[in-house]
Design a protein around this ligand. Structure first.
Ligand code: SF4
Length: 832
C-alpha cells in the first residue's frame, strides 16, 4: 500500500459541518463557496434518507467553474433517479488548502451535505481540460480515496471513481495497469449519462460488487476501463436535450451567476478547423429546436428568476433560426448573452453586427488562428485575408469598444508568415485611421496543442524553448503597429498540456505524479515553470525524452492508447484531413488582399431594427419596484443578487402574467456600501419591470393573500415584509449580537465623535452623542448591553455608516476575519 493509500482510510464519514462553522471566516471569500444550502439543491438531510449518493468533483475551484453548467446538469440528471442524492465538490482555493489539511478535512467535500468523498457511493470526476488532470491524484489522496484502483477495489466501502466531462476523451494519461479512476465515460448524451448513474445505483441496490458494476458499465457506449481498455466510442444524442433539465437546477451562492441562465442551443460545430478538438470530438453538429428553446427559456426565467440568458454554443450565429430565436427571446429577456462568433459570419452577414449592437454587445472576440494565409489553411480555419479585412472593416465602423483577435502559434511559422502578420496589423491600423475611429484591438496568441482525434494528432509540436521565441516575435510585430499583444498561456502551459494530451505510456503519469509531489504544485488556471521543469526531469527519470513524450506518431501508426476510446469519427477521415493540412504548408503564393466594402445592412432586411424596437419599447417605460423583505440568519452572507432572483422567481411563479415583464434585479438597499457577510434582517430589493408589469404587480400585491402566496415560494429563505417602507429610509437601525467585547469608547474617540457615557443599569451602557457631533457623526444613537459574554449593540446610524469599519475595529475578535461571525440585524428607522 502506498503512503497516500494508508492515509486514505483516515477521513471520517461524518458531516464536516462543525469544522466548517469553526473555520469559515478564514476561508476564501469567508467560505461562501462551501456554505452550501444552495437554492433548489436537495436538503442535506436527504443524504441519510437516500440510498445512493454521488459526488460530482470538479478539479478546479468553485470560482473558476462558476459559469460552467456541466456539474449542475449532472446534478439534475442524478436527482431524476429515485433515491439518488447528488452533491458537488471543488478543488479548494490554494489559500484554503492548509486549512483543510490542518482540520483533517477531505478536499473533495460535498458543499451541500458537508460529507467527504469517502461517504459517497460514486465520485464523478468532471474533467474539462487536460491541465486539470494534474490535480486528480492530490484530490483523491487528500480525500481519503486510494489513488490506485487495486487498493480501491480491495475495499467495498471505497466509492467507485468515474471520470467524465469535456476532456474525457483526452485521458489516455490514465490508461495504466493500476489507474487513478475505475472507469472513464466519454459522451454528452443525457440518456447515457443517466444510464451510467442507473447502472451504479442498481448495482448497489442489488448488492453487486464493484467489479460487477464496472463490467455492466463497460457495456455502455463510451465507457472504458483504463486498466483494461476495450474499443468503444462516444454515442451521440440527436439534440443536446439539456435545456429542460436546467430549469430549477441548484443556484450557486454567487453574485455573478445569480439571475443569469444558460441555455444550450447547439452541440458541436459545423466547421472542421483542424486544431479544434471541441469540434472534432463532438460531431455531428446538432441544434435544439426553436420551439424547445423558447419554451424552456420561458420556464427557466419564471422558475429561476432570470434577468439574463446566455446562449451556449460554439458559434451562436450558426444556429439555423438565430435571428428568430433572438427576436423571441428579446420579448422575454432584458439581456441576452452571446459569446463567440466567426469572422466570416460577420463579414458575410451584414445583419449580425447591428443585432449584436442592439443587444448591447460592445466587446467582440474572433479566432483568426493562423498568422498567415497558409497557416490558416493548415488550421483549416477557412477564412482568407480578404474575409478578415471585410469583417474588420465592418467591425471598425460599428460601435464596438474592444475586439480581441486570437491567434494560434503552430511552431511552423517562418519569416514570411510573420511578415503577413505585420501586413495584417498594418492594414488594420490604416483601416482604423481611414474610419477615423475604431475599437481597442488586442492580439492574443497561444501555442497550438495537437490533440488526438483531430487531424493534427500526428503533427510534430514545437519545442517548449521555441514557443517563447514565437511569442516574442508575435509581440514585437503587433506592438510595432501600435496594438496590444498578449500571450494567452505561458509556454510551460503549452508543454504540459501537450504531454498530457498525447500521453501514451504509463511512465508519463508516473512522471507527472512525481513532479506534482515534488513541487506540491496544483493547477489553478496557470502552469508554473517550476512544475514544467520538474515534469521534464521526471520524464527523463522514467527513461523518456521530455520532448518526445509530447511528440507525434507516424501517420500510419495505430498504436496510441486513445484509439480505444473513439470520438465517432473514422481514423481514415482524420488522416485524409491531416494530409490536406500538410499540403497547405507547401503553399508558396502570397495571399491577395481584396478590400471590399461590407454588404450594406439596407440590402438585406433590418432585423436589428425590429429587435432593437422590442428592446427599446420594453426598456423605455421600465420602472424599478421596491419590495421590502426580511432575510433570516440562514441567508447571512448570501449575496443579495441571489435573494433578488429568488424574489423575482416567487413573483413570476405566483403570477404568470409577470413573466414577460420582469426586467432584472437592480440591487438592494444594503447592497451598496454595506458589507453583507455579517448582515441579515430587513432589506429592500429593487426589481425592474416594464411599465405594464409594474401595474400588474401593483394590482397583484394588493390582492388578498398576496404576501402568503409569495412567501410560500420564498420560504424558508426569506419573506416579504408585511409593510413596505413608504420612503427610502435615510437612517438605519442595527441590532448587533457579538460574542466579542465591544470597545465603544475607544471606537468613538478614535473617530472624533464626542459623547457621554451613561450606565442606567449595570449591564447597559448608553453613549449619548454630543449635540455638536450629532450632525456629522454617522452614528446617531448607540447603546450596548453585555450579558453572559454576549454583547448586544443597538445603534441608529445614517445610511452612509461604515458598518465594516465598526465590525473590524470596534470588537476584540480573536482573528481579523472573525468579524463575520458577528450578527448584524438590519432594521429601517425611517427619516431622521
Ligand atoms: S474553432 Fe470554432 S469554428 Fe472552428 S471548429 Fe472549433 S468551434 Fe468551430
Amino acid at each position: 500500500m502506498q503512503p497516500e493509500d494508508s492515509k486514505a482510510v483516515s477521513f471520517a464519514q461524518a458531516s464536516y459541518t462543525d469544522w466548517y462553522e469553526s473555520v469559515y471566516p478564514s476561508l476564501c471569500g469567508y467560505g461562501l463557496y462551501l456554505k452550501g444550502g444552495e437554492p433548489d439543491a436537495l436538503s442535506a438531510d436527504e443524504f441519510e434518507k437516500r440510498d445512493w449518493r454521488i459526488l460530482f468533483a470538479r478539479l478546479s475551484t468553485w470560482q473558476d467553474t462558476l459559469e460552467s453548467f456541466t456539474h449542475r446538469l449532472l446534478y439534475q440528471i442524478a436527482r431524476s433517479i429515485d433515491g439518488a442524492y447528488p452533491d458537488y465538490a471543488f478543488l479548494p482555493p490554494w489559500t484554503d488548502v492548509e486549512i483543510f489539511d490542518r482540520g483533517g478535512v477531505p478536499w473533495m467535500l460535498g458543499i451541500n451535505s458537508k460529507r467527504g468523498a469517502a461517504a459517497f457511493d460514486v465520485i464523478g470526476i468532471s474533467n474539462s481540460i487536460v491541465q486539470e488532470l494534474v490535480n486528480l491524484a492530490p484530490m483523491l489522496e487528500h480525500s481519503g480515496i486510494p489513488v490506485k484502483k487495486s487498493v480501491r477495489m480491495a475495499s467495498a466501502d471505497v466509492p467507485l471513481v468515474i471520470l467524465g466531462g469535456a476532456n474525457a476523451i483526452h485521458t489516455s494519461l490514465l490508461f495504466e495497469p493500476d489507474p487513478m479512476v475505475d472507469a472513464i465515460f466519454a459522451g454528452e448524451s443525457v440518456e447515457l449519462v443517466r444510464e451510467v448513474f442507473c447502472v451504479c445505483a442498481d448495482g448497489k441496490r442489488k448488492g453487486l460488487s464493484k467489479p460487477e458494476i464496472l463490467a455492466n458499465l463497460e457495456k455502455i457506449e463510451g465507457v472504458i476501463l483504463p486498466d483494461n481498455p476495450k474499443p468503444t466510442q462516444k454515442h451521440f444524442a440527436k439534440t443536446p436535450d439539456t435545456s429542460a433539465l436546467m430549469i430549477g437546477a441548484p443556484k450557486p451562492l454567487s453574485a455573478t451567476t445569480a439571475g443569469n441562465g444558460v441555455i444550450q442551443i447547439s452541440e458541436g460545430c459545423r466547421n472542421f478547423c483542424s486544431f479544434c478538438s471541441e469540434s472534432f470530438v463532438r460531431k455531428p453538429y446538432r441544434e435544439e429546436s426553436l420551439g424547445v428553446l423558447l419554451r424552456d427559456a420561458y420556464s427557466m426565467k419564471k422558475r429561476d428568476g432570470l434577468g439574463n440568458i446566455d446562449l451556449f454554443s460554439f458559434n451562436f450565429a450558426s444556429y439555423g433560426d438565430f435571428y428568430t430565436l433572438v427576436e423571441n427571446l428579446a420579448a422575454i429577456y432584458p439581456t441576452i448573452g452571446l459569446k463567440s462568433q466567426r469572422m466570416d459570419t460577420v463579414a458575410d452577414d451584414p445583419r449580425l453586427l447591428p443585432v449584436l449592437h442592439v443587444l448591447g454587445k460592445a466587446t467582440l472576440t474572433f479566432g483568426i488562428e493562423g498568422i498567415s494565409e497558409r497557416l490558416r489553411i493548415y488550421l483549416d480555419k477557412g477564412i482568407d485575408l480578404s474575409t478578415i479585412m471585410r469583417g474588420m472593416e465592418a467591425v471598425i465602423r460599428a460601435p464596438v469598444r474592444e475586439v480581441k483577435l486570437f491567434f494560434i502559434l503552430t511552431g511552423l511559422e517562418t519569416e514570411r508568415d510573420f511578415e503577413e502578420l505585420r501586413l495584417l496589423a498594418a492594414a488594420l491600423k490604416s483601416a482604423i485611421s481611414r474610419a477615423g475611429r475604431g475599437p481597442r484591438l488586442v492580439f492574443s496568441a497561444t501555442a497550438l496543442v495537437r490533440f488526438p482525434w483531430t487531424p493534427l494528432e500526428w503533427e510534430t509540436s514545437p519545442m517548449v524553448k521555441d514557443v517563447q521565441s514565437l511569442y516574442d516575435a508575435f509581440e514585437k510585430i503587433v506592438k510595432s503597429e501600435g496594438f496590444e499583444a498578449r500571450a494567452a498561456a505561458p509556454a510551460e502551459e503549452f508543454y504540459v498540456s501537450q504531454v498530457i494530451a498525447r500521453a501514451r505510456s504509463p511512465k508519463v503519469v508516473e512522471a507527472l505524479r512525481k513532479a506534482q509531489k515534488k513541487t506540491g504544485y496544483l493547477y489553478y488556471m496557470h502552469v508554473t515553470s517550476k512544475f514544467c521543469n520538474a515534469l521534464r526531469e521526471n520524464l527523463r527519470g522514467e527513461g523518456l525524452d521530455p520532448d518526445e513524450a509530447a511528440g507525434a506518431l507516424p501517420l500510419d501508426d495505430e498504436s496510441a492508447p486513445w484509439i480505444m476510446l473513439g470520438s465517432g469519427l473514422k481514423r481514415e477521415f482524420l488522416r485524409h484531413k491531416a494530409l490536406d493540412c500538410r499540403k497547405a504548408l507547401e503553399i508558396t503564393e502570397k495571399p491577395r488582399m481584396q478590400i471590399s466594402r461590407p454588404v450594406p445592412v439596407s440590402s438585406i432586411g433590418r432585423i436589428h431594427e425590429k429587435i432593437g424596437k422590442i428592446i427599446d419599447d420594453r426598456r423605455k417605460g421600465a420602472r424599478v419596484v421596491a419590495i421590502g423583505v426580511e432575510i433570516p440568519r440562514g441567508m447571512k452572507g448570501v449575496p443579495r443578487e441571489v435573494a433578488g432572483s429568488l424574489l423575482a422567481s416567487a413573483l413570476m411563479r405566483a403570477w404568470e402574467d409577470l413573466v414577460p415583464h420582469y426586467m432584472g434585479f437592480d440591487g438592494s438597499f444594503f447592497c451598496k456600501g454595506w458589507d453583507y457577510p455579517a448582515l441579515f434582517g430587513m432589506d429592500i430589493l429593487y426589481l425592474r419591470f416594464t411599465a405594464e408589469g409594474e401595474a400588474l404587480l401593483g394590482a397583484h400585491l394588493a390582492e388578498d393573500g398576496a404576501k402568503a402566496r409569495i412567501d410560500a415560494f420564498l420560504s424558508p429563505r426569506m419573506e416579504i415584509s408585511a409593510t413596505l417602507p413608504a420612503d427610502v429610509p435615510d437612517c438605519v437601525a442595527l441590532e448587533i449580537h457579538s460574542p466579542y467585547p465591544f470597545k465603544a469608547q475607544q471606537f468613538l474617540s478614535d473617530r472624533h465623535i464626542k459623547f457621554t457615557m451613561r450606565k442606567p443599569e449595570s449591564s447597559l451602557s448608553v453613549c449619548e452623542i454630543a449635540a455638536q457631533s450629532l450632525k456629522k457623526s454617522p452614528i446617531k444613537r448607540l447603546s450596548v448591553r453585555s450579558e453572559s459574554g454576549v454583547y448586544n449593540v443597538s445603534l441608529v446610524a445614517s445610511v452612509d455608516f461604515d458598518a465594516r469599519d465598526m465590525l473590524t475595529n470596534a470588537f476584540e475578535t480573536p482573528t481579523k476575519e472573525d468579524w463575520v461571525r458577528i450578527d448584524v440585524i438590519t432594521l429601517f428607522h425611517g427619516k431622521k
